[in-house]
Design a protein around this ligand. Structure first.
Ligand code: RP5
Length: 154
């Protein structure tokens, strides 16, 4: 069974309302996706198992959202060569700056593409995933080109 092209992971179910914007954007672009809650700190075995098998299962891009110490994107990256897009969630009193710093400064060789904090990042993670998929998927390319063309008329 081939996995959906995009996997959306989040560190807690408390991140789900924010990440619904990511899922909605993927749906509007017709991009097949799945969503899971898993924590690098609380369920590390689930993170390792998912990330080590993701590419062979057919996943093409992983979006990983977390707040606070936000280890999830980096932990995922440790186990997979797939593109990982990190979404900083403003779930602590530091309002996402903590998560942004935890996600963005990855060492050389294990890149994570950090997007904006919060809602803008949740949506841009979907659009960046679409740009990656569009390189090889004509349907995604047309849907994404149509989406960008809509800016001109908005
Ligand atoms: C992070 O800690 C999660 O991504 C969430 O943003 C934050 C708080 O998690 P909960 O205490 O709500 O489960 O790992």
């Amino acid at each position: 069974m081939t996995a959906p092209a995009v996997a959306v992971l989040m560190g807690s179910k408390s991140d789900a309302p924010l990440m619904q914007e990511c899922l909605d954007a993927l749906t509007k672009l017709g991009i097949d996706h799945e969503a899971h809650v898993m924590s690098a700190h609380r369920t590390p075995d689930a993170v390792r198992e998912f990330a080590t098998s993701a590419r062979d299962n057919g996943t093409r891009v992983i979006i990983a959202a977390a707040g606070g110490a936000a280890a999830l994107p980096g932990a995922i990256k440790a186990y997979t060569p797939l593109p990982v897009i990190g979404v900083p969630v403003p779930s602590s009193d530091l309002k996402g700056i903590d998560a942004l710093y935890a996600i963005v400064q990855m060492p050389p060789g294990v890149p994570v593409a950090a997007v904006a904090v919060g809602s803008w990042g949740a949506r841009n993670a979907a659009y960046l995933a679409a740009e990656i998929l569009a390189l090889t998927d004509e349907n995604v390319r047309k849907a994404y080109d149509d989406y960008r063309a809509s800016f001109a008329s908005s």
